[in-house]
Ligand binder design. Structure first.
Ligand code: NDP
Ligand code: GDR
Length: 326
């Protein structure tokens, strides 16, 4: 039975990847950290029986900020594949906590790469890079050759993790890949990311008459569906040779369009319910980020299936369902 070790297993992508790997016959080990609330809702929702989960999913305490815990776990688990998804993932928050963001995302990646280098056996490594690294690109769409121009502490930390992954691949011959993923969403998205916030807000407006406060409505994003994106991660690690891949839909839509479609789904006009929130604006906003995933299509056989309208619909419907109004 192949064995995977996932950092960030409690996050959106970690939960979908766990589900996917269990379907592929893997034993899954996940890194979890001590938190004041035991919020494991995403793992409770895995589409496998609890008996199956007990037999094949194992959670281990540790932290990306601590090299010793990572080394002990990689030694004890002896994974065939490591999916490094853990980190401080909120761009806006990275302006408030730049040092912690950089330590966990950049140095945390370095700590884990050192463990892979010292593992004494071949371990395939996936690093969660991000389209945010392109920042203000000179061309659109972006692909694997587009230069990076990061404009947030988050993006700088991801660029550092990205280049460290390339460096360890080239210096030590590690099978290490970067997935340059564009935004991907789902009903399991964190509540403070804009798509989930809007889907939730549309239903709250409908059921409770609540207003929704948002920042930059003109921002345009290349939004895909998270369960499809974790399959691309796995495909990267099944190749004969390691590489870096853009994963994206190739279409951009604005926050305004997302709000319009989400409120329309519950029969409301978004303009009557959305207010401006200056706190949500960022000190610097990225340019038009839209991805060209043709390399992933050609070499991994990966294409996105869920498009914008369907993504909005499924996220709003999930919120209705959670509110007892399917
Ligand atoms: P989430 O924010 O949902 O999950 C982040 C995960 O990292 C959580 O499991 C969190 O644990 C864990 N984590 C945070 N800090 C630490 C730490 N110090 N030690 C150990 N674990 C930690 O992110 P996503 O699932 O959306 O994204 C996964 C990765 O992909 C992230 O690195 C993100 O930056 C990157 N990415 C995401 C994209 C997207 O659109 N979703 C696009 C491109 C890149 P806890 O539950 O305890 O908070
Ligand atoms: P992003 O996602 O910054 O792209 O990072 P987020 O959903 O936070 O923002 C998307 C865009 O919406 C605008 N926006 C708001 N954003 C939030 N969070 N809250 C608001 O109220 C709001 N109003 C408008 C933002 O300005 C932004 O332009 C995500 C994360 O998953 C990263 O980890 C990942 O690397 C990138 O996607 C690709």
């Amino acid at each position: 039975m192949p064995r995977a070790f996932i950092t960030g297993i409690t996050g959106q992508d970690g939960s979908y990847l766990t589900e996917f790997l269990l379907r592929q016959g893997y034993e899954v080990h996940g890194l979890v950290r001590q938190t004041s609330l035991m919020q494991r809702g995403r793992l409770d929702a895995l589409g496998v029986s609890s008996e199956e989960r007990m037999k094949r999913v194992f959670l281990h305490y540790g932290d990306l900020g601590e090299a010793g815990s990572l080394a002990r776990l990689v030694h004890a688990i002896q994974p065939d594949e490591i999916y490094h998804l853990g980190g401080q993932s909120h761009v806006r928050v990275s302006f408030d906590a730049p040092e912690a963001t950089f330590d966990i995302n950049a140095s945390g990646t370095l700590r884990l790469l050192e463990c892979v280098r010292e593992a004494g056996r071949p371990v395939r490594f996936y690093h969660a890079s991000s389209c945010e690294m392109y920042g203000r690109p000179e061309i659109a769409p972006q692909d694997e050759r587009t230069p990076f121009h990061p404009v947030s502490p988050y993006a700088c930390s991801k660029a550092a993790g990205h280049f460290l992954t390339v460096c360890y691949r080239e210096s030590y011959g590690l099978f290490a890949c970067n997935g340059i993923l564009f935004n991907h969403e789902s009903p399991r998205r964190g509540e403070n990311f804009v798509t989930r916030k809007i889907a939730h807000g549309a239903v709250a407006a409908k059921l409770h008459g609540a207003k929704l406060r948002l920042g930059n409505l003109d921002a345009r994003k290349d939004w895909g569906y998270a369960p499809e994106y974790v399959e691309a991660m796995w495909k990267m690690l099944q190749r004969d040779l390691p590489g870096d891949y853009v994963v994206a839909t190739g279409e951009a839509h604005s926050v305004r369009q997302f709000a319009e479609a989400a409120f329309a789904r519950v029969g409301l006009d978004w303009r009557e319910w959305v207010e401006s929130d200056p706190v949500q604006f960022r000190p610097s906003e990225v340019g038009l980020l839209v991805g060209n995933a043709s390399r992933a299509e050609k070499e991994l056989g990966w294409t996105p299936a869920t498009r914008f309208a369907e993504l909005v619909r499924l996220m709003v419907d999930a919120e209705l369902h959670a509110a007892g109004r399917p």
